[in-house]
Design a protein around this ligand. Structure first.
Ligand SMILES: Cc1ncc(COP(=O)(O)O)c(C=O)c1O
Length: 245
């Protein structure tokens, strides 16, 4: 299950290769990647199925929870439709155990109204991300690392940088907060470190934990003005130099 994290597609060619060798089905997690492409291919259409989230903060968000699965496998589509509806094939005829995961009508109405804007919102996200990249590339602070854009189909659900140096990320986050810039951490705890998995003896993933301690999500949404991004980038550049010193 590749996760197209932050809006950037996973390396699908490599994953397809592994999946083919081991006869595995690929299910794509597209929750942060509406309209993203991998080597020109839309995410969600590469594996057997793709799952999208419409949680309010997502690139296409409802007013409450919602989601969708896409698949070109007709039998799988029929089964998923049943499973989300208590396992019912017809009303009150449950052919297998299921859950209630129906998309609420009101959320569907909101999503239909917003969907026509998704492409322009995505273009705006891309433009703002390019602006951050340009502003931070000129940074005198090499403590700030902006990961490269690995695929032109990146849709920038989040704009995440890494801050080098012990304690430097938390220090920078505090300084930015004091300057009125809210930042977030996606995500603070590696999956392997989650207490929920403690009983499963998860692998030790030191790189994931190191990255968790360095990442910082800068503000990014389609309603941001160019000047907002410039102001955040200036604050990051200014405060990053002081961090950890
Ligand atoms: C990468 C990823 N996968 C899965 C989910 C879960 O989506 P939902 O909250 O709609 O169940 C989310 C959203 O939080 C996500 O960002």
């Amino acid at each position: 299950m590749p996760v197209h994290l932050y809006g950037q597609a996973a390396d699908m060619a490599a994953i397809e290769n592994v999946a083919a060798r081991h006869h595995l089905a690929i299910v794509e997690d597209c929750c942060q990647a509406h309209l993203a492409t991998a080597g020109g291919r839309p995410v969600g259409t590469i594996g057997i199925a793709g799952a999208f989230s419409f949680y309010p903060t997502k690139n296409l968000g409802a007013l409450g929870d919602g989601g969708a699965i896409v698949t070109s496998d007709r039998a799988l589509a029929e089964r998923l439709k049943r499973l989300r509806n208590g396992g019912q094939a017809d009303r009150y005829h449950h052919v297998e155990p299921g859950i209630n995961s129906r998309l609420d009508e009101m959320q569907a109405a909101v999503l239909r109204a917003r969907l026509p804007f998704l492409r322009q919102w995505t273009m705006r996200r891309r433009a703002l991300a390019a602006r951050y990249r340009a502003a931070l590339a000129a940074s005198p602070a090499d403590e700030i690392q902006v990961p490269p854009e690995l695929d032109a189909g990146h849709v920038y659900h989040l704009f995440v940088v890494q801050v080098r140096g012990a304690g430097a990320r938390d220090d920078l986050q505090a300084r930015l907060a004091a300057a009125g810039v809210e930042t977030l951490i996606h995500y603070p705890v590696a999956i392997s470190q989650q207490p929920a998995l403690a009983g499963e003896h998860p692998a030790n993933c030191p790189i994931a934990q190191r990255v968790c301690d360095a990442i910082l999500s800068l503000p990014l949404h389609p309603a941001l003005a160019d000047e907002d991004v410039d102001a955040v980038a200036t604050a990051v550049r200014k405060d990053a130099i002081k961090c950890g010193r």
